[in-house]
Design a binder for this molecule. Sequence first.
Ligand SMILES: [Fe+2]
Ligand SMILES: [Fe+2]
Length: 428
Amino acid sequence: MPTPGLRAFPSSANTRPPTGGFVDRTAGGDRTFPCDDTVRAEETTLALTTTYTLPRGAHRRLDAMVEGLIRNPGAMIKASEVEAFTRTSSFAPAFDKLPAAMSADDFIGALKLAMLTESATETYAVTIEERATTYDSPWLGRFIRDLWVPDEDLHHAPYRAMLMSAGIAEGELDREIADVRAKMLDYRSGDTPVHLTAYGMIQEYVTDNWHGLLGRSLRESVPAAAHLANRIKQRETLHTIWYRDMTALQVEANPRLLKHVAEAAAFFEMPGKSLVPHLEPNVPRWLDLLDNDFDRWAKEITRLLHQVCGDTKRSGELIVRVVEARGTKVGPLPPRLVRAVFDRLGPHGYGLLGEALLERAGLGYLFRDRRQTESGRAASLPSRLRGMVRRWVADQIDLGMRPTEHVEPEPAAPPAASAPASTVAARA
Ligand SMILES: [Fe+2]
Ligand SMILES: [Fe+2]
């Protein structure tokens, strides 16, 4: 078992959100605004305390990426697909083959979580657009308004149709949807575009996973419903990749933005906590009942972050920065001291840590293991020693993907504001 000394990723809510910075690209250069926590952008409520700078060429590449995606978005969910389900299928058989130990109420709750968090597209869009404008990043605003919003528009509809077929009144569902749409999103994972795209990448992956679990649970009982859940899952997979690529491009253009990616990962929290607080505390238990594979989850999120970083050196730096952002210790050592040591060790130190992270997540094949040379002979002593240290470090890393606290909410009562939060819920 790994020790908790080097917790790579969060499994509970943060209390210290990062705020954004401000760059001006309108005056012919890549100027970074001198920001401090007393500065506020006009017409927004965003506090600006950190910086976000990209070369002009990177903005052009992001513009081109978004335009390409808009030209070829793939097959979005169509209203006719939902109508066909409503016309031809009954959801009742789902309750004859529920996942083991899952009650009908739990299953309805899991479906409602998907429906409600998918209903808040406009809330997410406004949150992101406001920041895209603040940071003079029209590519992000165009991505959200002209691609992501239309794509997400009907993701709640299949679950609404399933729940209606299960006997829940249309008026009740629409009231719940309206309530969620009226709520404010408590977003705390950083305001710059790279914070947002990194957050979006993780969030879309978790959502993709949730739709996949629901689809799998319906595969035998109501194949038409499983097909719809998997159609949504396909879209979330694309969204994950889109956000990953936008994040990677920004980090490649300005490696200092890795700090912001680390903040987004460190303070990650699913929006279900603020939008559906009456359902979200059930998510850890529902994940277990739906037989979620937490190891695969950790592996895939680590893979995404590594792809954003581009190499093991940056992946190693990322993990130190995540721990630092969370303010947790590395064994007995404060994370700032650890980072100072690794900065002195240079790329070799971070590279070893990045390799250890990949090895811990089951992705060791992504770097060359030098225990043996390509000809099959034993590797050199330094190489073998390096491997021993790497494996020891890997054993210290806790990827922190499994929610550890199961909160049993009072029936029909919202949880206390201080209730521990999970990082997982479905959305968007
Ligand atoms: Fe999505
Ligand atoms: Fe969605």
